[in-house]
Ligand binder design. Structure first.
Ligand code: GLA
Length: 608
């Protein structure tokens, strides 16, 4: 008797459909749930990369042409040039290291032609010899893989001799299908400390028909993944890494795509904000732009990554010293990873000195982890201001003036924009001189395509208080729809029309977003004015709420376009996590909710 009657078949089909729909809804809803301020810090919390990673990666210098001798020589150069001791301790092997995946047990095999010592005593392919050697030299060691079945070079460098070899299955060296096995191998067995995880395997092998690219016979295609699938896949990998219980820095490489700018800081320690950098001025500028206004997303353990440095190559060699110094200074100010990409075996002394400038690396590595804010932007020049930890009770900031033009320029900066009192002490880092302002204005001559980098130290204009906008490293934007959150100061506030008149600083977020602030020790009072702004005059009221450790502390009335005039003024001495929520019935990106002059008052002796 046939048990599959039409009725039973029908039930099976309906059941399967219900299951599929609910499974789909569950996956989608993980990113769609309304944000509930529950007192839990949502940013990456794996205690890694508490300051931006510094080191070297094989990609920009060697592409796939890597081998054991070169890696050893680079490690020796890191030590001999003093770079390791300056802080460049991370040595990363990028694409090109693998021979194939062994089909009998799925174990990844290393290209032993290039890494002859990778055959261990048991006849197994292993990188332990290399990580042991480099760890003994005081370095940390990184490795590269992909979230899909294939790597980026298998797509872009399809005729290179150093690609994985063998059958279609054997050349599937990416992590898909082998997630936990690969993480165990790389970290528990081989001893790497850092993973750069690319996304070509899920983004490229289906986007353009493979036969058109001439690689159809060599690789299976994979339907293009949605942004939320890419997000989920990176989360899976983060969980698999966590299961190894090793201290691993997790670098996400999806080039600013798949909405990573919104979720990167909750999944990894750094995430690329743009396409690959190239060794030319325009590419450097493009990558700089991709990260420079994202200071609210960075902080200890989570960094915007505008890609590796090209200092010492192309437009950034000693011949173009000014440009090299600009590139490095911009990355340092943005609290970006400082991952060198040049051939360290052949560096000019000028480049070695530049990279070894400890005043510069100290700015990048400041433990506060505050990415600079761009306090002025025009076609000609930018001004960046980065909060550093205070010393001897004095506030400290790094100020960078960047001249984009091809001519030297005199640039004037009103001292009040620094938020320090005029009596401040100003030191020019590259010229090693003290500067004296006149008429409350700092006037500096900046070389063509060059920078002036100044260290400021003095009393703060707010005495024992700070604007929250000055401490972006303590802020995390846990946000539902848009990933745009900006700080604005000085003239930039005018973009919010009259609602911002009379204010000096603002954090602007789209409604339905949650901003978390890890209350620093010694903070005792939080104050802010509030406003909603829409350039289209949209009437979608916004409501502001403040939660402390998951408890509602304060709520505003709903306000449409304009200032509520309401003042939040809260004692936060017992609060560890403050959450600022803005809600509206519309997610329209034209609407901004503004926290105006958000200010924290500190107990003087505890001010860092
Ligand atoms: C991608 C990445 C690069 C590099 C290559 C390796 O293009 O963005 O940084 O890792 O893959 O194939």
């Amino acid at each position: 008797m046939n048990v599959l009657t039409p009725r039973i078949l029908g039930l099976i089909v309906v059941g399967a459909l219900t299951f599929a729909v609910s499974a789909w809804l569950t996956t989608e809803s993980t990113t769609q749930l309304p944000l509930i301020p529950n007192g839990q810090w949502r940013a990456t919390n794996n205690n890694q990369a508490l300051t931006p990673p510094m080191g070297w990666s094989s990609w920009n210098a060697f592409r796939l042409d890597i081998n054991q001798d070169k890696i050893y020589a680079i490690a020796d150069a890191l030590v001999a040039t003093g770079l390791r001791d300056t802080g460049y301790k991370q040595l990363n092997i990028d694409d090109g290291w693998w021979q194939k995946r062994r089909m009998s047990d799925g174990r990844l095999q290393i290209k032993t032609e290039n890494f002859p010592d990778a055959i261990n005593a048991q006849g197994q392919s292993s990188f332990k010899f290399l990580t042991d050697h480099l760890h003994d030299m005081g370095l940390r060691v990184g490795i590269y893989s992909d979230i899909g079945r294939n790597s980026c070079a298998q797509f872009w460098d399809k005729n290179d001799d150093n690609l994985p070899e063998g059958s279609v299955d054997e050349t599937e060296v990416g992590t898909l299908g082998y997630t936990q096995q690969d993480m165990n191998l790389l970290f528990s067995e081989w001893g790497f400390d850092y993973l750069k995880l690319d996304a070509c395997g899920m983004k490229h092998y289906g986007r353009i028909p493979l036969w058109l690219r001439g690689i159809a016979a060599r690789h299976r295609s994979l339907s293009p993944a949605s942004d939320s699938q890419i997000h989920q896949r990176y989360k899976q990998l983060a969980q698999a890494i966590a299961r190894t219980q090793k201290d691993i820095t997790f670098s996400i490489c999806v080039w600013g795509e798949a909405n990573v700018n919104a979720w990167g800081s909750e999944v990894g320690n750094l995430w690329r904000t743009s396409a690959d950098i190239e060794p030319n001025w325009n590419s450097m500028l493009h990558n700089y732009e991709s990260a420079v206004e994202r200071e609210l997303y960075a902080g200890p353990g989570r960094w915007n990554d505008p890609d590796m440095l090209y200092v010492g190559q192309g437009d950034f060699t000693a011949k173009y010293f000014e440009q090299a110094r600009t590139h490095l200074s911009l990355w340092a100010m943005m609290a970006s990873p400082l991952i060198l990409g040049n051939d360290l075996r052949q560096m000019s002394p000028e480049i070695v000195d530049l990279l070894n400038n400890r005043q510069l690396t100290a700015i990048n590595q400041d433990p506060g982890g505050h990415q600079a804010s761009r306090i002025h932007h025009s076609n000609d020049h930018d001004v960046l201001l980065k909060t550093l930890t205070s010393k001897k009770g004095l506030a400290r900031k790094a100020l960078l003036v960047f001249n984009r033009t091809a001519h030297a320029k005199i640039i004037n900066i009103p001292l009040t924009h620094t938020l320090l009192l005029e009596s401040m002490h100003i030191h020019d880092i590259w010229n090693d001189t003290a500067l004296t302002p006149a008429n409350n204005t700092l006037s500096v001559e900046v070389p063509a395509r060059g920078v002036r980098l100044l260290m400021l130290q003095g009393e703060h204009q707010l005495g024992n208080s700070r604007f929250l906008t000055e401490l972006p490293g303590q802020v995390h934007i846990a946000q539902r729809h848009q990933n745009v959150a900006v700080t604005a100061s000085g003239k930039a506030l005018s973009r919010f029309g009259s609602v911002a008149d009379g204010y000096r600083q603002a954090i602007a977020v789209h409604p339905n977003s949650l901003l978390q602030w890890r209350v620093e020790k010694g903070a005792r009072q939080f104050k802010s004015r509030l406003a909603a702004f829409s350039s289209m005059n949209a009437i979608f009221p916004v409501q502001f709420s403040v939660y402390g450790d998951g408890r509602l502390l304060w709520q505003s009335k709903k306000t449409a376009n304009g200032s509520t005039n309401a003042l939040v003024d809260l004692d936060i001495r017992d609060i560890r996590l403050l959450e600022l929520l803005t809600q509206s019935s519309s997610n329209h990106e034209d609407i901004q909710s503004l926290w105006l002059d958000p200010t924290i008052e500190f107990q003087p002796q505890l001010l860092r």
